[in-house]
Design a protein around this ligand. Structure first.
Ligand code: FE
Ligand code: FE
Ligand code: ZN
Length: 298
């Protein structure tokens, strides 16, 4: 079944129930959320009543809740152990994030591998796996390492780097990969022939390790190492390539999550983009339509 959704908010007062209602308002049948603001690590306690209410609403709506994913905040960096306190802060935060996932009934946590900030790739890969080995297996949550664009000193812009981290992780049952189409493009992987990319992935890492796919167009060209997402069909990748990824048979049951930019920083585009992807037909007036009608939740 096609599982198509977007990232959604997670608010102090509505929590998982609010996230679910936002996803439903976009016509999504899956979603991804941060357990608080993506750019910081302040987090509110999870309220069980809201979680239970959300789970029963998901049952009612036929959601496959086992595939909903959480994204860890960007500022967590397991690659850097120059400052041991900071490194241990990242490890502890991730540990708490696994606990929050478990409380929320979530089984997948997307994580940016990190940036080596001058330490070099080998040290960074060692540090990331060391951090992961401290927390994996303590909860029934799988960490999905996201493929990155290679901006700055980011680790994970090549499949070989991702593979090297996984090789060093002890608990292979709780580690996987999240593909991000914009990041892959910006990292230099040509998505035009997605099947040959998947073959390469399968040989190196194994397709069964893919737990989530972020569907984003890119504002920049192949190999630009930039990481700026664009609305579906309006970037350098284009609609047809993204359709070939969304509907690829080999990733049939994997959740596809949009992280495309808001229009004029105001209107969430997801209701429109999800509909367009379902119709399999590019609408060049989409942005104008969103400007005109907005994206009112509900
Ligand atoms: Fe991400
Ligand atoms: Fe992403
Ligand atoms: Zn990105």
């Amino acid at each position: 079944m096609l599982l198509l959704g977007s990232h959604v908010g997670f608010k102090k007062d509505s929590q998982l129930l609010g996230s679910l209602k936002e996803a439903l308002s976009y016509g999504a049948n899956t979603f991804m959320f941060y357990t608080g603001a993506p750019q910081n690590t302040s987090r509110y306690p999870i309220l069980n009543e809201l979680t239970l209410e959300a789970i029963s609403l998901m049952k009612e709506k036929g959601f496959d809740y086992s595939k909903v994913v959480v994204h860890a905040p960007y500022i967590i960096n397991l690659a850097n152990d120059k400052d041991l306190d900071k490194f241990m802060f990242s490890v502890r935060f991730l540990q708490e994030e696994l606990e929050r996932c478990e409380l929320l009934g979530i089984h997948y946590l997307v994580l940016h591998p990190g940036s080596h900030v001058g330490l070099g790739i080998d040290t960074a890969i060692f540090n990331i796996s060391k951090g992961l080995n401290m927390i994996l297996g303590t909860h029934d949550v799988t960490v999905l390492l996201e493929t990155m664009s290679g901006k700055g000193t980011e680790i994970g812009s090549s499949l070989v780097e991702i593979k090297r981290i996984i090789d060093l992780v002890d608990d292979k049952n709780h580690i996987g990969v999240c593909l991000d189409t914009c990041h892959l493009n910006d990292a230099g992987y040509d998505m035009k022939d997605f099947d040959s990319f998947l073959n390469q992935f399968d040989t190196l890492i194994g397709i069964d390790k893919i737990g989530c796919v972020h569907i984003n167009d890119s504002k920049n060209i192949l190999n630009s190492h930039k990481d700026r997402h664009e609305n579906i069909g309006f970037g350098t990748m284009g609609f047809d390539i993204l359709i070939s990824i969304v509907y690829n048979e080999r990733l049939k049951d994997i959740p596809k999550i949009l992280e495309t930019p808001y229009v004029d920083k105001k209107y969430a585009p997801y209701r429109y983009e999800i509909e367009m992807l379902k119709n399999k037909k590019f609408d060049s007036n989409l942005i104008e339509k969103i400007r005109k009608y907005g994206s009112d939740i509900q």
